[in-house]
Every structure is written in C-alpha cells, then in structure tokens.
Design a binder for this molecule. Structure first.
Ligand code: AMP
Ligand code: ZN
Length: 490
C-alpha cells in the first residue's frame, strides 16, 4: 500500500494530506522570474524544487496544469512601491527597448531551465499580456471598497481589509507592527497608510512601460499579476501556489488579500515555499555580490569556483537537500555531489547485471514502499536519495552474496529505480558520456577486454597495460578480479 502524499502548507504550518480540489486534476502556480538579468543559481534552485513537485505529482498520475509566470513589468526596485521598474531601468542603462531586455532574459531563463532538465510549464503567462485582466480586478477591488485612487495611482487599503480579514495570515506579521516599522516619508507618501500597497502606479513622464487605464497612464503593481494569472488559468480556488521563501511577504501576503477582496476567497489551498540557496550562510543574491550564474558553474569560470560541474551534478546537489531547508553552496559540497551522482549512475548500470534466477533474495516492494514513503512525506528527496544509495550498496552482482532476482522482479526493480531517478528526481545520464548499460558500449567493452585477456594469457603485459591506461584516459576504469576484469565509467 502506498502512503498518501502530505504537503507542508506554509499557511497552516502543518503537514497536511494532499487532497486535490478536482482529482485527478491539480492546479500548480509558481511565481516565475523577473526577466531583467540572467538567472543565478539561487533562482534556479527554487525552480528545480518546484520541478520536483510537478514531476512527482505527474508520477503519481495527477493531471497537472503547471502555470509559471514571467514578470516583465511592474516589479519595482524595492517593496515599498518606490524606485524604478527593474526592466525599465535595465532598458535605460543598456539603451534597449524593455521588450528586448525581456526577450533576452526570458530566453536565457528557458535555456538554463532546460540545462537543469526541468519540465516546462504548461502555461507561461506574462504580466504585460494580462494588463486588461489586471485593470478589471483593480476595479473589482475598488468596488468592494478595499482600494482607493489617488493622483492616478490605486492602492490597496490594508487597514480597511484587516477590519474583516487577517492581513499577515501567511507571514505571521501583525498590522500594528508593520505600521510602526514603516519609515516616515515626511508626508511625501500619497498612501493613506504606509503599509497600503500599489495595485496601479501612475507613470511619470520618463517611465517607458505604460498603459492606459481608467485612472490614467500607468502600470500594474507587481503583486497583482500573480493573483490575476493564477486564478485566470487555475480557477478562483486552486490547489498549490509556490515560490521562494523570500516571496512570502509582501508578495504572497498581498496576493491573498487581493484574491479575497476580488473573489471572496483566499484562492490557494496549499502554499509551498522553497528555501534559499546560501553562500557561506548568506542568501545568494545579485545585490550581495555572491551570486553564481549557471554557465559560470558549468565552466568553472568564476573566482569562487575551483572547477566546473555538469548541470546534472548541480541538480543532484539541489535534490540532496529538502526543498524547505536552506542549502549552502561550496566547492566541497559540489565535489561531494559529483562523487555521489557518479556512484548513483554507476549503481543504476550495475542493476542491469543482476543475476536472474527462480527466486528473489531482495524485496523490490520493500524499496518501492520506502521510495514512495520518502516522497509522500512532503517531497523528501534527500531521504529518497539515501534509500537509493542503500539499494545501490545492497545490490551485488558478484561474490557469494550475489543478488538474484526473478526476471519479473528484475524488470520491476529497474523500472522503479529509473522512475524515481529519471522521472521524479529529473536526473539524466550526462550527455557525451556513454551509458555503461548501453548495449553497443557493453559489446565493445566485452571485445576490448577479451583482447586484453588474450594479451595477458600470452604474458604481453605491455599491451594489457596499454589497453587499461587508454581506457582510463577515456574515464573507463578496468578492475582485475578473480572472476576476470570488470569495468566502470567514472
Ligand atoms: P526574482 O526573479 O527575483 O523574482 O526571483 C525568482 C525566484 O527566485 C523567486 O521565487 C525567488 O524567491 C527565488 N530566489 C531568489 N534568490 C534565491 C536564492 N538565493 N535561493 C533560492 N531561491 C531564490
Ligand atoms: Zn508571484
């Protein structure tokens, strides 16, 4: 019996059994990137975490509609509705059209996501493609008496909202504390209360990205696009909303308030937050100057790196931590992940050589139960990986304690392991490297080792060593044992 999937819901602070609203369909919305620069490794970790969620839900047989937006307007430099729009600023600095910036970094983002073998979303809506819907929802919130227009901008009235609802329900913040924590802007702030947030901002004459609205020319507030696009494609109530932990407040708190004000429901049933990638304990971010780009990591071309790593090693590194825990980046941790990843891939190859017999001396069901139990426990990939390593260690293809499986069990084991390693964890054999299990490679290796054995029988040690050394240069290690030579791709 497979256990049931439980998800840690950040809204309730509890691990809850996952019951989709309309099974077998699952609606999954994840906040996408703001496309004003290349995604760094921290961003990628969050998207790999939700790729694991998406993959496992599909693996369980759910029909997932995965929506991940592209923020191409409205994200200002700070959370207090001040500063420049990040995309407009980059466009101004580089003397490009904002949409050139958007296109360049959207393409970069998609390419990196493909490098990390993440499945693309089913819908990838953009903020600029949903201005009409955003204007409509603002009007609804104004009509509900929970937003006000002033000088061509529209703000959400947090105090009014908190008379009937709890603003801070997700992040645990209290309105009083938020008010006392805001800066005094010497009356410059046009908001009724400094904790109100923008739904629509009037565009200054120099602001390039602007649209007409009932309140004049302007642009939408960043929080609004996610409320609009999630409910447009997944319904006014939907299953899972994810994002990085740093988006809990204010972004997701504001989403909840907007949804409640516009539709009367909080919209999201399970809130999931992925934790941060850190470097020496500090969040990896552009502004702290400690960010590493995926390409820098692949090539090793970065002052903090000792060498380059394959994208699958980086993905494996990411999967070795639970999505809800922080993960600290270091050369040592990556090198350890590299060794672990190779061990796992070699272990998979080894399974193909398991001896077939009339009875099995290993329980496939036992491993299957353990794999499912790990993933059903809030997508616990590190525990899954530890069970996979346990299996790899237990399986023996030679010696007295050799593993023997019936053909049926052997097929089931290989299918199970491939399912969890390739479909769920999203790993794949690095390209350019032959799969040791590949039939042609296997045949060629048998041939080469046969010639080497002949040389050894003739006491032609020079040829025997030459073959071994040349294979080593190709990262294929030959080990001589009492039952003959075995080989392994390193
Ligand atoms: P942004 O493009 O800034 O909106 O960020 C895109 C996503 O990356 C958001 O979900 C952030 O929470 C996430 N993110 C940013 N920095 C990190 C980090 N160091 N570790 C993990 N996720 C991050
Ligand atoms: Zn969002």
């Amino acid at each position: 019996m497979e256990s049931q999937l439980h998800i840690y819901n950040t809204l309730t602070g509890q691990k809850e059994p996952f019951e989709p609203l309309n099974p077998p369909f699952v609606g999954l919305y994840v906040c996408g990137p703001t496309v004003y620069s290349n995604v760094h490794l921290g961003n990628c970790r969050t998207f790999m975490s939700f790729d694991l969620v998406n993959r496992y839900l599909r693996f369980l047989g759910y029909k997932v509609r995965y929506v991940r937006n592209i923020t191409d307007a409205g994200h200002l430099e700070n959370d207090a509705d001040e500063g420049e729009d990040k995309i407009s600023k980059k466009a101004r600095l580089e003397q490009l059209e904002p949409m050139e910036i958007v296109q360049r970094y959207t393409l970069d983002f998609r390419a990196k996501m493909a490098d990390f073998n993440t499945l693309p979303p089913d819908i990838e809506p953009t903020a600029t493609g949903h201005i009409v819907e955003q204007i409509e929802i603002i009007q609804k919130i104004i009509d509900a008496g929970l937003a006000y227009e002033i000088n061509g901008s529209v703000y959400f009235d947090v105090l009014r909202y908190s008379e009937g609802d709890e603003y801070g329900i997700l992040s645990g913040r209290k309105v009083d504390e938020l008010i006392s924590g805001t800066r005094d802007l010497d009356g410059q702030d046009e908001k009724r209360n400094p904790i109100d947030f923008a739904l629509w901002k009037k565009a200054s004459p120099s602001h390039i990205m602007r649209w007409s609205s009932p309140w004049g020319e302007g642009f939408p507030g960043w929080h609004l696009e996610c409320s609009v696009m999630s409910t447009k494609y997944l319904g006014e109530t939907f299953d899972i909303h994810g994002g990085g932990m740093d988006l809990k407040f204010p972004h997701h708190e504001c989403e909840i308030a907007q949804n409640k004000a516009a539709h009367g429901s909080h919209a999201v049933r399970y809130w999931m937050h992925a934790n941060m990638l850190t470097f020496e304990g500090k969040k990896m971010s552009k502004s702290l100057g400690n960010s590493i780009l995926p390409d820098e990591l692949f090539t090793g071309d970065h002052k903090l790196l000792r060498k380059g790593f394959h994208p699958m090693v980086v993905r494996f590194f990411s999967m070795q931590a639970h999505y809800g825990s922080t993960l600290d980046f270091s050369n040592e941790a990556l090198e350890a992940a590299e060794a672990g990843f190779k061990r796992l891939m070699n272990g998979l190859d080894k399974m193909k050589s398991i001896e077939v017999g009339s009875a099995s001396n290993l329980s496939v069901k036992d491993y299957s139960d353990r794999f499912y139990a790990a993933m059903n426990d809030d997508f616990n990939s590190p525990i899954l990986i530890s069970h996979l390593f346990d299996l790899v260690k237990t399986v023996k293809v030679d010696g007295k304690e050799k593993t023997v499986l019936t053909q049926e069990d052997k097929d089931a084991l290989i299918q199970l392991v491939h399912g969890f390693v390739f479909d769920v964890l999203g790993l794949k054999q690095p390209e350019g490297k032959a799969e040791a299990g590949d039939e042609k490679i296997g045949g060629l290796m048998d041939l080469i080792l046969e010639f080497r054995q002949r040389a050894r029988t003739d006491k032609d040690w020079g040829t025997s060593d030459l073959i071994r050394d040349r294979l080593k240069e190709l990262e294929i290690e030959v080990k001589d044992g009492k039952d003959g030579a075995a080989w392994e791709i390193k």
